[in-house]
Design a protein around this ligand. Structure first.
Ligand code: NAD
Ligand code: UDP
Length: 320
């Protein structure tokens, strides 16, 4: 039977891929988005589908609708965007989660939270397992995002304990792919856009910090498997690619694949920038039978091909 599925933040990078995949599986999809970092261009190709609806709405305000499942993805995810209006970021995670959990409770829907590896902060254990409580600076520049997401996890488990809401908490690690915003500020999109324009590639710090990059198709597969998993598996579960690369290596790969003559330059490392990050995905492997399939080389090439199709001189400002 066709399910009715609500995606908050569905005009964003991950949300648009999720919406497309669910529609392809024959589900009905309703997207709520305030377009802070999302764009209509991400979902315009879905507009003709009679089972797709798009609603401009800010989840810090309540919303009522009857659905079977809710994917709560609304939240700016890139440091420059979540720090642009830090109070709003906290409100989106906290008030947005309260509104969506209240809705899930009322209509008895299953609800998945897009949490993040940022709940581990600048981790002291490596790779990160779900039982690690994290190392977060509560008053730092990243706290509006990290602590907002941590509070959201707390809200999710307590709506389950107190009200028996059917919840899923997914800790997403760095994900990349087509439809990342060109001005998003995250490292993969920054490097590709810089290399395609022949501009300098900006490595923050010395480039020895590491991240593990997951291609969007793998991530969406994990997300849907988790939503469809048995009710008593609520997470938190790490979903990401355990192959770890330094930021310097990423810059070199992007330059090589694009054949660009861009030069690498160094800029100051942002405060509280985690030194390393790699998911332990044993739990996802065991419970969801999931692991990523797309290698960085293949995923980067697909992402580069996407950025070649868009006009990078168009003004893509989000901030200002
Ligand atoms: P994105 O910025 O492309 O998408 C976020 C979407 O949420 C945008 O469409 C934005 O307009 C919308 N939004 C923001 N605030 C809102 C509000 N108050 N009301 C309604 N809509 C709002 O980011 P993304 O990469 O697609 O991330 C989606 C989710 O996944 C986020 O919750 C993010 O924290 C989480 N996540 C992403 C990554 C990643 O690497 N992409 C990693 C960890 C967690
Ligand atoms: N980074 C960089 N140059 C850029 C953008 C980011 O060197 O133009 C670095 C950033 O300092 C961090 C890493 O790349 O160490 C990943 O940054 P991103 O914002 O993509 O994700 P997050 O820090 O949230 O993992």
């Amino acid at each position: 039977m066709r399910k009715k599925i609500l995606i908050t933040g569905g005009a964003g990078f991950l949300g648009s891929h999720l919406a497309e995949r669910l529609l392809n599986e024959g589900q009905e999809v309703i997207v709520l988005d305030n377009y802070f970092t999302g764009q209509k261009r991400n979902i315009i190709h879905l507009m003709d589908n009679p089972y797709f609806e798009l609603i401009r709405h800010d989840i810090t305000m309540p919303y009522f609708i009857e659905v079977d499942e809710i994917y709560n993805l609304a939240c700016p995810a890139s440091p420059i965007h979540y720090q642009y209006n830090a109070i709003k970021t906290v409100k989106t995670s906290v008030m947005g989660s309260i509104n969506m959990l209240g809705l899930a409770k009322r209509i008895k829907a299953k609800i998945l939270q897009a949490s993040t590896s940022e709940v581990y902060g600048d981790p002291e254990i490596h790779p990160q397992t779900e039982d690690y409580w994290g190392h977060v600076n509560p008053i730092g520049e990243r706290a509006c995002y990290d602590e907002g997401k941590r509070a959201a996890e707390t809200l999710f488990v307590n709506y389950h304990r107190q009200n028996n809401v059917n919840i899923k908490i997914m800790r997403i690690f760095n994900t990349y792919g087509p439809r990342m915003h060109p001005n998003d500020g995250r490292v993969v999109s920054n490097f590709i856009v810089q290399a395609l324009k022949g501009e300098n590639i900006t490595i923050y710090g010395d480039g020895s910090q590491s991240r593990s990059f997951c291609f969007v198709d793998d991530l969406i597969e994990g997300m849907i498997r988790f939503m469809d998993s048995r009710d008593d598996f609520m997470g938190p579960v790490n979903i990401g690619n355990p192959r770890e690369f330094t930021i310097r290596k990423l810059a070199e790969l992007v330059i090589e694949y694009i054949g660009s003559d861009s030069k690498i330059i160094h800029k100051p490392l942002p405060t509280d920038d985690p030194k390393q990050r790699q998911p332990d995905i044993s739990l996802a492997q065991k419970e969801l039978g999931w692991e990523p399939k797309v290698k960085l080389e293949e995923g980067l090439k697909k992402t580069i091909d996407y950025f070649k199709t868009i006009d990078l001189d168009e003004i893509y400002r989000i901030v200002n």
